[in-house]
Design a protein around this ligand. Structure first.
Ligand code: ATP
Length: 602
């Protein structure tokens, strides 16, 4: 709210002024009409006193001025209210968006992508709407009702009581319905959050849905849930309509009472026509703010539900935030050290347990190990996605915790297993890590990544839009775009998670060649799934249950590390009774059982 405090205060004061002007209208009208009656020739026996016409003209002018002020000020209040609402919504949305990129993966998994989207997409505007409703409607409504009630009591106590006596009906109906309505709002909120969280997953996994011929089932699930939600919304609308009808009936009763009793008083000469007009004016005006007052409670409750969703994101814990005063990382040479690192995602189960590793600048290390042994966790800690529970991750002698996270990540080149490309041109995707790169630099990176030729064969070359997730490219092409991305960043340290999906021989060769060029002169970690890759590494580190159980060359590990020997045996598809030596030269053409592209994962 703070950035918009001045406008908010001004709008608030203007809304109060509109209320005062609105409440003055019936009173000015009354004065005018009574003046007409007092100076009419019939009342004065045929002559109109001098100056009376001027007085009436002045009265009409005041009436016109007040009315014009009310109309213009109300228009300004409406525009300004929208401005405040949008600014408030902008603040909420931008803060939620900023938080999304640092939110801890645990909270992200809890809320779900759809839930996060709902917080930014629906909850923020709902909160903003309720805020402006309360800020710019509540006090003006109370002010108008107060002035109107006081004026009516002054004009005629009995008539005033008759009008005010009709007030409780809509308020009572709304109060009875309010708690059910609020519970329904909260339920709706939970429902849409879950629905979008679930449906975002379905859309993301559409390939799997189709592969299992489950399109119809998912579609039915979706439409059934939407139908249920609409039925619930419809019940809410019916409640709203009944409250509106009750307010309408109360207003009707007040009008009839005023006409009946007011007419009676006029006929007996105990009240002026102007007073009756003023009463009718107040009856017409007073039920709208009354309805607004009645609406405030459910609106506030609705806003609280929406705000809770927004603050669930804003208050969520951050993933390994920077320490206060964290300094930018210097240019890395690439000496990486894990020093007795322990880490668990949750509970007591350690994903990494006293892991110690020392990798010299420029060294290529293949990390192998059974599934779930902690290989990807090593990458995540190096990228500072998480902090170790104990121990230290060091780069060139600096604890990465002491360095600003962005300055660390900018020097890490990541080629993940599942390459994520965006719905944009090839050039923009390559330049993702360095958006200001020139076209020449992008092309040089693509050439180094063996990607230039296939890119030039695309319809618009580097300007070809590759569709959502890069769907128009093959697996091998996507990999090479990701490698070009890493080239362009020119990282000191490379993190390669080898793709497990088999590529055809030609693509495989192109990708491997590109990776070999990329690795030159950089410290490289490869999560290796193939023997070919392991053979390329300077060193192989075997991980099991978060610990290093082997570290050395292929030959020494075969002889000394049972976990590695088992992995190789599984890779080559040889039976448990085969001796380790039977593995032969890994990936060598003609090696027993051999293609070097079977996952190295037990
Ligand atoms: P794979 O070869 O199958 O990819 P990995 O060796 O890379 O496996 P990690 O992803 O590092 O294994 O996981 C190590 C352990 O941590 C596993 O037991 C896994 O279940 C657990 N784990 C991984 N990510 C999370 C997470 N976000 N929350 C909780 N536990 C996790």
């Amino acid at each position: 709210m703070r950035p918009d405090a001045r406008r908010t205060c001004l709008t608030f004061v203007a809304a109060l002024a509109v209320s005062v002007a609105s409440a003055c209208e019936p009173l000015i009208l009354k004065t005018l009409v009574d003046r007409f009656a007092a100076v009419s020739p019939a009342a004065l026996g045929g002559s109109v006193p001098r100056g009376a016409a001027a007085g009436i003209a002045a009265g009409i002018a005041v009436f016109a001025l007040v009315l014009a002020f009310r109309i213009i000020a109300a228009a300004w209040v409406t525009t300004s209210t929208w401005r405040v609402r949008f600014n408030f919504e902008y603040q909420l949305r931008s803060q939620v968006a900023a938080k999304m990129s640092v939110i801890s993966s645990r909270t992200q998994a809890e809320i779900g992508t759809g839930g996060l989207r709902y917080a930014i997409d629906a909850s923020a505007p709902q909160s903003a709407t309720a805020f402006t409703d309360v800020a710019f409607r509540l006090a003006p409504a109370i002010l108008y009702i107060g002035i109107a009630a006081a004026s009516m009591v002054r004009l005629n106590v009995v008539l005033a009581l008759l009008v005010l006596g009709c007030f409780p009906l809509p308020a009572a109906v709304a109060a009875i319905k309010a708690s059910r309505q609020t519970a329904r709002d909260a339920m709706q909120h939970r429902f849409w959050t879950r629905l979008w969280a679930w449906y975002a997953e379905v859309l993301h996994g559409m390939g799997t849905v189709r592969a299992f011929a489950n399109e119809l089932a998912e579609e039915r699930k979706f439409t059934r849930r939407i139908r249920w939600a609409f039925a619930s919304i419809h019940r809410g609308i019916a409640v709203d309509a009944s409250v509106t009808a009750a307010a309408g009936l109360a207003e009707l009763a007040a009008r009839v009472a005023v006409l009946w009793y007011g007419g009676f008083l006029i006929l007996h000469g105990r009240m002026t026509v102007g007073t009756l007009l003023a009463f009718l004016g107040f009856v017409g005006g007073v039920f709208v703010p009354l309805q607004q007052l009645v609406d405030v409670y459910p609106n506030v409750r609705k806003a609280l539900v929406a705000l809770r969703a927004v603050f669930a994101v804003l208050d969520a814990d951050e993933e390994a935030p920077d320490r206060p005063g964290a300094r930018p990382a210097p240019r890395f040479a690439g000496h990486v050290r894990f020093d007795g690192v322990r880490f668990s995602y949750q509970g007591d189960r350690h994903a990494l347990d006293e892991l110690t590793l020392d990798i010299a600048p420029g060294e290529t290390v293949a990390i192998v190990g059974p599934s779930g042994s902690g290989k990807s966790t090593i990458f995540r800690l190096l990228q500072r996605m998480h902090h170790p529970t104990s121990g230290r991750v060091m780069i060139d002698g600096h604890d990465v915790r002491d360095l600003a996270v962005r300055s660390v990540r900018r020097q890490l080149g990541v080629v993940p297993q599942d390459v994520v490309l965006f719905n944009d041109t090839v050039a923009a995707n390559i330049a993702y890590g360095r958006p200001r790169a020139t076209r020449a630099e992008i092309e040089a990176a693509a050439r180094a990544a063996n990607a230039h030729d296939f890119i030039m064969a695309l319809r618009d070359g580097y300007d070809t839009n590759i569709g959502e997730g890069g769907r128009s490219l093959s697996g091998g092409q996507r990999q090479r775009v990701a490698i070009a991305r890493a080239f362009l960043v020119d990282p000191a340290i490379l993190l390669l998670d080898e793709a497990t999906a088999a590529l055809d021989t030609e693509s495989e060769r192109a990708v491997q060649e590109a990776l070999r060029t990329l690795r030159r002169g950089r410290t490289t970690f490869i999560i290796a799934h193939r023997l070919n890759t392991v053979r390329d590494a300077d060193r192989i580190v075997v991980i099991r249950e978060g610990r290093v159980v082997g570290d050395g060359t292929h030959e020494t590990l075969l002889a000394t590390c049972p976990t590695y020997e088992t992995l190789v045996r599984h890779q080559l598809g040889t039976g448990p009774s085969d001796s380790p030596g039977a593995a032969g030269t890994p990936g060598a053409p003609g090696a027993p059982g051999a293609p070097g592209d079977i996952a190295l994962v037990a």
